[in-house]
Design a protein around this ligand. Structure first.
Ligand code: GLC
Length: 650
C-alpha cells in the first residue's frame, strides 16, 4: 500500500532521545515509538501514542550526535531496534520517504538545526513564567475571587488563574456562563488590579445546535467551516457539549474566524488561551455513556481548496493548527500585548504557537518521577515551554507528594498546578502548614530566579535551546548521563536532583566532571563523582557548577508587582559567562530593538576572582536599580546600574 520504510544501523553505544511527548525513561533504545495524536487518558510508562506527535529524534554516542526529522504528518513509527536488534527503522503511511538528517556533532547543535527547520517559540509574556493555578473547575466568580484572595493573604506568589470548562454556558465555546460568571469583565479587571491574569480553556468541539441561536455554531455552518465526511455530510462526534461539530483548522479562513472568535474572551480581559481535547478527542456516544474514542474517518477531506488532503494526513496537525489559530488570533486581538497559549496536542513545530502540557497525569509518585524525562525529551524535540500538572491531575495528592511536586514544579518551564473534577483540592495551602511553607519557599525561589529564567526563555526563542535539560545535553561525551532521568539542568548552571519517592530523605546524585557546589550549603565537590545527598522534606538537592552566574531578583507576589530595584548576581568562583536578557516583559517592542543584554564573565585564579561586566547593549533601559554581585562564600559588592562596563575584583 502506501507504507514506505527505511532501515539504518544502530551503533553499539548509541542511545535515542527526543520523540516529542513520551512516557518512560529518557533513552528509547529497543522501543517502538508511534507518531499519532490521541487522547492518552490514563497513560503510563508503556503507553506509546500520546497527545503530541513529533516525528523527530536524536541519536547520541560519545563524540557523535545526529538528529532525524521524519517529514510526514501521516501515521509514522520509529522502531529503535525493538524488532531487529542493531537496526532502527522508520515507516510511514504517506507513500513517500522524506526525512532530514541533522548533523551535530553535539545535542545543542542538533536542537538548533531542528528548530531552525521547524521554528522557534516566540518570547512569552513574563507573567507566563510565574506560577499558574488551575482546577477543573474554579466554577464561579466567588470561588475565583476567594482563590485569588487566599494567594495574596498567604503571600504565595501567583500570576495566573486558569478557568476550566465550567466558565462556559453549557460547554459552548466562546460563551460565558451567565449564572456562574455574570460579570466576567468586572471580575477580570479586579483580578488584574490584584496582579492576576486569567487563562480560559477552549475545546475544538462546537455544540451542534441547529435550532438554538448559538452564534458560533451558526457562523461555522453558514461558512462551511466544519469537517465533513467524504460523502459530504458534516461529521459529528461527542465531547463536553454533547453532540458536536469540528472546525477544519487546516483552512486559513477557519483559523481566522476561530482566532477572532476569541474576542468574546479577550474583551472580558482574558490574557491567554488553553487549547484542550485537540487530538482531537471525541466519543461515538455522549460522555458518560461508556462510548468509544473515535476520530474523523481517514478519508474525510480537510485543508484549503488548493491543497486538499484527507484526515489521514491532517490528523496529527489538528492541535497544531488549532493552536496556530489561537496564537495568531490573540496577536490580532490583544494588540501590542504578548499572550499565553497552551495546548495539549501538537506536531513538530508546535513551539511556534504554543506551550504544551503533558495532559492528564495522576497524583502518583511514578508520575512525578516521569515528569522530568518527559519534559526533557520535549525540550530535545524543540518544545522548550512545557510543564506537567503539579500535584497530579487525577487522584489525590498527599501532603508529602504535593510538597515534593512543588519542588520539581519549580523547575518546569511552565509551572502550573491542576486537579480534576471530584478530586481533593490541590492548592498549596490545603495540605497543612508544613506543606504550605515548603511550597512558599520553592515558589519564591522560582520568582527570585525570574531574571535567569527569562534569559533562558530568550535563548529558547532565539536558538531553540531547551530550558529544562537532561544532563546529556551538556555532557554528551559522558555515558553516565545517558540514562540519568531523575536529575535535570535548569539552563546551563543549576542542576536539581529531586526526590520522587515517599519517605526518602537521601539519594545518590551524579556530578559530572568539573567542580560543583551545593546551592544550599555551599559545599564543594569535584566531579565526576557520586554523592549521597541529604534531602529532608523541605530540601530538594540543588547544585551549581563552578563559574556559574545566576541573576536573581527580590521575591514578588506576581511578576510585575513592582519594578525590580535590586538585581543580585550570585557567582560561584571558576570560569564562566552569562548574557542576561531583559526587556519590558509584555509588549512586542523588543522586536524593534527595545531589549537589553549585559554579559558577565567570571574568572578565578588561585586567590583572586574577577567579574567583568560588559556595557549594556540594546535600546531598553531597566528601571533604576542596585546591582549586587555576590561571590558566593566570599563576599559581595554593589553599585547603581548605569549600564556602563566595569570590572570587580574579589
Ligand atoms: C481534559 C484536560 C484536563 C481538563 C479536563 C476538563 O481532561 O486534559 O486538563 O481539566 O479535560 O476540561
Amino acid at each position: 500500500g502506501n507504507t514506505v520504510a527505511a532501515w539504518k544501523t544502530i551503533a553499539d553505544n548509541e542511545h535515542f532521545y527526543g520523540f516529542g511527548e513520551r512516557t518512560g525513561l529518557l533513552d528509547k533504545r529497543s522501543e517502538r515509538q508511534t507518531n499519532w495524536t490521541v487522547d492518552a487518558l490514563d497513560y503510563n510508562t508503556i503507553t506509546d501514542e500520546m497527545y503530541q506527535a513529533i516525528p523527530f529524534f536524536m541519536a547520541l554516542r560519545p563524540d557523535l550526535c545526529y538528529g532525524i526529522f521524519f517529514h510526514t504528518s501521516h501515521w509514522s513509527q520509529f522502531d529503535l531496534g525493538a524488532s531487529q536488534p542493531g537496526v532502527w527503522q522508520m515507516q510511514t503511511h504517506s507513500g513517500e520517504l522524506d526525512y532530514y538528517i541533522l548533523y551535530g556533532p553535539t545535542p545543542d547543535k542538533v536542537v538548533a538545526a531542528y528548530t531552525e527547520l521547524t521554528g522557534r517559540m516566540p518570547l512569552p509574556p513574563k507573567w507566563a513564567l510565574g506560577y499558574h493555578q488551575c482546577r477543573w473547575s474554579y466554577d464561579s466568580e466567588d470561588v475565583v475571587r476567594s482563590l485569588a484572595q487566599e494567594f495574596r493573604d498567604r503571600r504565595l506568589p501567583c500570576d495566573v488563574i486558569h478557568l476550566d470548562i465550567d466558565y462556559m454556558r453549557g460547554f459552548r465555546v466562546f460563551t460565558w456562563n451567565p449564572k456562574r460568571f455574570p460579570n466576567p469583565a468586572t471580575l477580570l479587571k479586579d483580578l488584574k488590579d490584584d496582579g492576576f491574569k486569567v487563562v480560559t480553556i477552549v475545546d475544538p468541539g462546537v455544540k451542534y445546535e441547529p435550532e438554538a441561536d448559538y452564534e458560533i455554531y451558526e457562523q461555522g455552518l453558514e461558512h462551511d467551516y466544519y469537517v465533513r465526511q467524504s460523502n459530504g455530510e458534516i461529521f459529528h462526534g461527542y465531547v463536553w457539549p454533547d453532540r458536536s461539530v469540528f472546525p477544519d483548522f487546516l483552512r486559513p479562513e477557519v483559523r481566522q474566524w476561530w482566532g477572532d472568535s476569541q474576542k468574546a474572551l479577550t474583551d472580558a480581559g482574558v490574557a491567554g488561551i488553553w487549547n484542550d481535547m485537540n487530538e482531537p478527542s471525541m466519543n461515538d456516544r455522549p460522555f458518560g455513556d461508556h462510548g468509544d474514542h473515535i476520530w474523523f474517518p481517514m478519508d474525510a477531506p480537510q485543508g484549503p481548496a488548493d491543497e486538499k488532503t484527507t484526515h489521514a494526513e491532517a490528523h496529527n496537525l489538528y492541535g497544531l493548527h488549532m493552536s496556530r489559530a489561537s496564537a495568531e488570533g490573540l496577536e490580532r486581538l490583544r494588540s501590542g500585548e504578548r499572550s499565553f497559549v497552551l495546548t495539549r496536542s501538537g506536531f513538530a513545530g508546535v513551539q511556534r504557537y504554543s506551550s504544551v502540557w503533558m495532559g492528564d497525569n495522576q497524583s502518583w509518585w511514578e508520575h512525578l518521577e516521569l515528569s522530568l524525562p518527559m519534559l526533557c525529551n520535549m525540550g530535545l524535540s524543540g518544545v522548550a515551554f512545557v510543564g506537567c500538572d503539579i500535584g497530579g491531575f487525577a487522584g489525590n495528592a498527599t501532603a508529602e507528594l504535593f510538597a515534593r511536586w512543588m519542588q520539581v514544579g519549580m523547575l518546569y518551564p511552565l509551572m502550573r498546578a491542576h486537579s480534576a473534577l471530584d478530586t481533593e483540592q490541590h492548592e498549596p495551602w490545603v495540605f497543612g502548614e508544613q506543606t504550605e511553607r515548603i511550597c512558599r519557599e520553592y515558589m519564591e525561589l522560582r520568582y527570585r530566579l525570574l531574571p535567569y529564567l527569562y534569559t533562558l526563555f530568550w535563548e529558547a526563542a532565539t536558538s531553540g535551546t531547551p530550558i529544562l535539560r537532561p544532563l546529556l545535553y551538556h555532557y554528551p561525551n559522558d555515558a553516565k548521563t545517558y540514562h540519568l532521568h531523575d536529575q535535570a539542568l535548569l539552563g546551563p548552571s543549576l542542576m536539581a536532583a529531586p526526590i520522587c519517592r515517599p519517605g526518602v530523605e537521601h539519594r545518590a546524585v551524579y556530578l559530572p566532571e568539573g567542580i560543583w557546589f551545593d546551592w544550599w550549603t555551599g559545599e564543594r565537590y569535584v566531579g565526576p563523582t557520586h554523592i549521597l545527598a541529604h534531602a529532608p522534606l523541605e530540601r530538594m538537592p540543588l547544585y551549581v557548577k563552578a563559574g556559574a552566574i545566576i541573576p536573581m531578583q527580590p521575591v514578588m507576589q506576581y511578576t510585575d508587582e513592582r519594578p525590580v530595584d535590586e538585581l543580585r548576581l550570585r557567582v560561584w568562583s571558576g570560569m564562566g559567562e552569562l548574557t542576561l536578557y531583559e526587556d519590558d516583559g509584555h509588549s512586542f517592542d523588543y522586536r524593534e530593538g527595545a531589549w537589553a543584554t549585559t554579559t558577565y564573565r567570571v574568572s578565578s585564579e588561585v586567590d583572586r576572582t574577577t567579574i567583568a561586566i560588559s556595557a549594556r547593549e540594546g535600546n531598553w533601559t531597566p528601571p533604576a536599580r542596585t546591582v549586587i554581585v555576590e561571590l558566593v562564600g566570599v563576599g559581595e559588592q554593589q553599585f547603581e546600574d548605569d549600564g556602563s562596563d566595569r570590572s570587580l575584583t574579589f
